[in-house]
Ligand binder design. Structure first.
Ligand SMILES: Nc1nc(=O)c2c([nH]1)NC[C@@H]1CN(c3ccc(C(=O)N[C@@H](CCC(=O)O)C(=O)O)cc3)CN21
Ligand SMILES: CC(C)C(=O)C(=O)O
Ligand SMILES: [Mg+2]
Length: 280
């Protein structure tokens, strides 16, 4: 039996059988929630740069910071497939540094696979990682680590040229050995076409209903990051409001002397109190 519920290979084999549902997580407790809920996989996303560290985009997050999040998630979800999202410039510089840095996700972060963004330009890197025994989740469409040169986070594949580029990239990444591929912000019919043409599963985010699976950012699922609501996001609860209400009620009860109650307080033997006052 494998150590985790689903291995990368088992994710690949789900294509055409059962939809795959993944979520991001960044810390121990989020990971426990994801594992307890039974998600098929957890991505420790570089979106942590935004939703955990408060940066405006995914560029600033470092490999060291990513590894701390991976370690926490690994402790919280020991039996779930965990994929580490390689941050900007941790795999683009050279094949050697890509291998060493991906190795750190496996050895130190205790991840089972890594994700890299990009199409044809990363095929050689994907192939080297796979040859070294590191399963790779590919990621095309909107690639936030390229938002400076692809012109932001606008959906990709709306014109013939970029749609063709996506299909060619997807096929090349599959040949390079990726076990699945994320399609981010791609028109639904283009994702459908790519999904039909590939043997490996497609995991969509803003890519419509025809992909083999879906992934969303944890904070978006539970409504904890209300400032970012692109159309592909669904908030299943209004977490920010629910948490904020709890904090407000706590503050109010402290101010009004309603918290703590007797049941929240510790007791001491009256004899001790008496002895203490006698000593004065
Ligand atoms: N909370 C959160 N959720 C995410 O899904 C997410 C992150 N953070 N951080 C990393 C990336 C960035 N992502 C995003 C974020 C916004 C759009 C978005 O609003 N796209 C608009 C166009 C924006 C523009 O014109 O620049 C769209 O209509 O597709 C797309 C992808 C997805 N990822
Ligand atoms: C949105 C997903 C696919 C991601 O790359 C991230 O969370 O960083
Ligand atoms: Mg990412």
């Amino acid at each position: 039996m494998s150590l985790f519920k689903l291995s990368p290979l088992e994710i690949t084999l789900k294509k055409g059988k059962e939809k795959i549902a993944g979520i991001t997580a960044y810390d121990y407790n989020m990971a426990r929630l994801a594992e307890s809920a039974g998600l098929d996989f957890i991505l420790i996303g570089d979106s942590a740069s935004m939703v955990v560290l408060g940066h405006p985009d995914t560029y600033p997050i470092t490999l060291e910071e990513m590894l701390i999040f991976c370690q926490a998630v690994s402790r919280g979800a020991p039996n779930t497939l965990r994929i580490g999202d390689m941050p900007f410039l941790s795999y683009q510089v050279s094949i050697e540094s890509a291998l060493l840095n991906a190795g750190r996700f496996i050895k130190e972060g205790r991840c089972h696979a890594v994700k890299v963004e990009g199409g044809i330009e990363v095929v050689e890197i994907v192939s080297a990682l796979v040859k070294a025994g590191i399963p790779v989740l590919a990621h095309i469409g909107v690639t936030p680590q390229r938002s400076l040169d692809i012109g932001g986070l606008k959906a990709r594949g709306k014109d013939l040229e970029t749609a063709k580029e996506l299909l060619d990239s997807a096929l090349a990444l599959e040949s390079a050995g990726a076990f699945a591929i994320v399609l981010e912000c791609v028109p639904a019919e283009i994702s459908r076409l790519i999904t039909q043409r590939l043997k490996i599963p497609t995991i969509g985010i803003g890519a419509g209903p025809y992909t083999d699976g879906q992934i969303l950012v944890f904070h978006d699922v539970v409504g904890l990051f209300p400032e970012m609501r692109p159309k592909f996001v669904k908030n299943y609860i209004d977490g920010f409001k629910i948490f904020e209400e709890a904090l407000k009620t706590y503050q109010k009860e402290v101010k009004e002397g309603l918290f703590p109650e007797e049941k929240h307080s510790f007791k001491v033997d009256p004899q001790i109190l008496e002895a203490l006052s006698r000593d004065d």
